[in-house]
Design a protein around this ligand. Sequence first.
Ligand code: NAD
Ligand code: WQD
Length: 343
Amino acid sequence: MSILITGGAGYLGSHCCVSFIERGYDVVVFDNLRNSNPEALRRIEAITGKMPKFEQGDVRDQAALETVLKRHDCDGVIHFAGLKAVGESSQDPLSYYDNNVIGTHRLLSAMSAVGTHRLIFSSSATVYGEPKSLPLTEEHSLNPVNPYGRTKLIVEDMLRDLAASNPAWRVGVLRYFNPVGAHSSGLLGEDPQGVPNNLMPFIAQVAVGRRKQLSVFGGDYPTRDGTGVRDYIHVVDLVEGHLRAYEKLSALGSSENCFSVNLGTGNGYSVLEMIRAFERGANQPIPFEIVARREGDVSEFYADTQKATEFLAWSAERDLDDMCSDTWNWVRKNPGGYKSASD
Ligand code: NAD
Ligand code: WQD
């Protein structure tokens, strides 16, 4: 029961380590720490009583991956490592193709070489592109509109081709909607470098006094209050979906050895609703100003959750108030993120 978690020191990966350790797995983290802090690993130990084994390395390094997979006799891999900023992917697409596509290619090559064939891949709802119908089902067309999304779709296609070529593979593709929140202990959470790109970490930094006010991107969308609507999902629910998905791999037959499932709640909340919910959770006002739309944003999207419910027997349990109060608990206890703790 040994599992390799690439990107395991990052936001989602660190929470995933907790769930897998608590379930009894031996967790090995493989991360180059490009966007994370080893303090997260100490926090995992503080929560679970067990320090994940840590191998610092880059997923583009196939030889290193082969060594690590063999050294720890890993049965499977949860693959989070990669770059994830949509705007940056348009400015520096080669880095995105390099880390996300080539990195995954090297990982799959290493897994093939050592005979490890179980994989869960972090995909994104961004692969759907502009929604043609809502809620978004897994059968919706795939037409990402930015380089980041295209790297995710290329990897998805690579995985489907690989699984079709060799019945030994067992692959789960998970398409995340908008993961937010933090571990309820306040020890783990999202710790973006620089100005946050995403809504929830930005709100949290305003709440804690690191930023003066939030800019709400667009107040004229055809939604109930004019602001963008998204399907926010608590990070702990999300990683529990990974446990279900990973354990489902062993029940798959060789002819249906690759699945894709949405991980969302099925509920859409507007930016203003998120602000109000956070104000309730933190018991303080969040100053904001409505500004122009952000280029590339769609007005509304949320998941169809039927496949996750039926196929994985999983659904999200935590609500918007949990997402906000856990984020507030994390940011209030760690106003400077992990950095101050590790200095
Ligand atoms: P994150 O940046 O916090 O974590 C990614 C981790 O991977 C970091 O620890 C980073 O140091 C590591 N990493 C990056 N490139 C690497 C490389 N070449 N070799 C080894 N390690 C490397 O991001 P996250 O929010 O935890 O996201 C994890 C995954 O989930 C990513 O693949 C992302 O695209 C995907 N995803 C995230 C979201 C989201 O909103 N957070 C939504 C959909 C999909
Ligand atoms: C949510 C809403 C913004 C910031 C992105 C990626 C997606 C996935 C999750 C990785 C939108 C509004 C935001 C701010 C705002 N990541 N907003 N002010 O764009 O739905 O999804 O992250 O896979 O691929 O595209 O998330 O949190 O950036 O935005 O008003 O300062 O908040 O316009 O309506 P998004 P987000």
